[in-house]
Design a protein around this ligand. Structure first.
Ligand code: ADP
Ligand code: MG
Length: 261
C-alpha cells in the first residue's frame, strides 16, 4: 500500500530547543578541537624525537585522541545543522526560478548521484516562486542527497531520480522522486523528527529533513512525502507563485507538459 503523510504545521519543540543548545556548544567545542589538535601534534613530535620504542607506547594514546577528534568533528557537523535549522525563518523572500535552483542543486549533488541513478527532468511551464534562492537550493540539495543515499551504488541504468515541476493555480509544485529503497510507515512517521536517521554513524545527522521543513514553512510552502518500501519515494515541495512578478509573467497555457503526464 502506498503510504502518505502530509506534514504538520510546525517544527517540533524538541527541534527548537536543540537548536538553542547547539548554539551554546560551539565555543567550548572549539577548545576541545583546538586542544586535541595540539596534543596530537605534541605526541607526534615526541614519538619522532624519542624513537620507535616510545612511539610504540604512544600508539594507543594517539588512536584514542584521533577517535576523540572524530567525535568532536561529528558534534561540529550536528551543531552546524542545528544552527541552520534555527535560522530557517530569517529568510528574505523574492522571486526564484525553481529550475535554476534545481539545476544548481543537481550539480552539487552529482558526486552522490553519479554512480547510482540517472537524473530525469520533467519540467513544466512554471512562473517564479516566492522563496529564498539559497535556502531553496539547500532544500533541493538535501532531498537529492537523500534520494541518492536511498539508491544502491552501481546499478545506474536501473535507477532514476526524477525532477518534476508543474503549476497548480497560484502554487508551484516541485517533486523529487527516486526509485530507491522507500520507507516503511514506521520510518515515514518519523522522518521529520530532528535527529531521526536510519543511516550508519557518520553518514547522516538526521537533521536534513527537519531543516527542509523549517525552510519550506518559512516560505509559506508545504513539504509532503509518499513512499513505498522497495519502490521509492516522492518528496513534494509546494510554494506560492511570486506576486511581484505576477504582472510580468507570460500567460500560462491551459495545458502544459506536466499536465499531460
Ligand atoms: P539523514 O539523511 O541524515 O538520515 P534526514 O532528515 O535527511 O536525515 O532523513 C531522515 C531519514 O529519512 C533518513 O535516515 C531515511 O531513513 C529517511 N529518508 C529520507 N529521504 C529518503 C528517501 N528519499 N528514501 C528513503 N528514505 C529516506
Ligand atoms: Mg539527509
Amino acid at each position: 500500500a502506498r503510504e502518505k503523510l502530509v506534514q504538520s504545521e510546525r517544527l517540533s519543540v524538541a527541534g527548537q530547543l536543540a537548536a538553542g543548545v547547539g548554539h551554546e556548544i560551539n565555543n567550548p567545542l572549539a577548545f576541545v578541537t583546538g586542544n586535541l589538535h595540539v596534543a596530537l601534534e605534541q605526541l607526534s613530535v615526541a614519538a619522532r624525537e624519542l624513537g620507535p620504542a616510545v612511539a610504540e607506547r604512544l600508539k594507543d594514546t594517539v588512536h584514542a585522541l584521533e577517535d576523540a577528534r572524530r567525535g568532536a568533528e561529528r558534534i561540529r557537523t550536528i551543531v552546524k545543522d542545528l544552527r541552520t535549522l534555527a535560522r530557517a525563518d530569517e529568510t528574505r523572500l523574492g522571486p526564484v526560478d525553481v529550475h535554476a535552483a534545481l539545476e544548481f542543486s543537481v550539480s552539487l549533488a552529482m558526486p552522490h548521484l553519479r554512480h547510482r541513478a540517472r537524473v530525469d527532468r520533467r519540467y513544466g511551464v512554471v512562473p517564479p516562486v516566492r522563496a529564498n534562492e539559497a535556502k531553496l537550493g539547500q532544500v533541493f540539495l538535501n532531498l537529492l542527497v537523500n534520494a541518492a543515499q536511498a539508491i544502491p551504488e552501481g546499478d545506474v541504468t536501473h535507477h532514476r531520480v526524477t525532477l518534476v515541476t508543474r503549476r497548480e493555480g497560484e502554487r508551484v509544485v516541485v517533486e523529487v522522486r527516486d526509485t530507491g529503497v522507500g520507507m516503511t510507515p514506521e520510518v515515514l512517521a518519523r522522518i521529520f523528527e530532528p535527529f531521526f536517521t536510519t543511516k550508519a554513524q557518520g553518514e547522516g545527522t538526521g537533521l536534513g529533513l527537519s531543516i527542509c521543513l523549517g525552510i519550506i514553512h518559512s516560505m509559506e510552502g508545504e513539504l509532503a512525502v509518499e513512499s513505498e518500501p522497495g519502490r521509492g519515494s516522492t518528496f513534494r515541495v509546494v510554494l506560492p507563485v511570486s506576486e511581484s512578478l505576477e504582472s510580468l509573467a507570460v500567460p500560462t497555457p491551459a495545458r502544459t507538459m506536466a499536465d499531460v503526464q
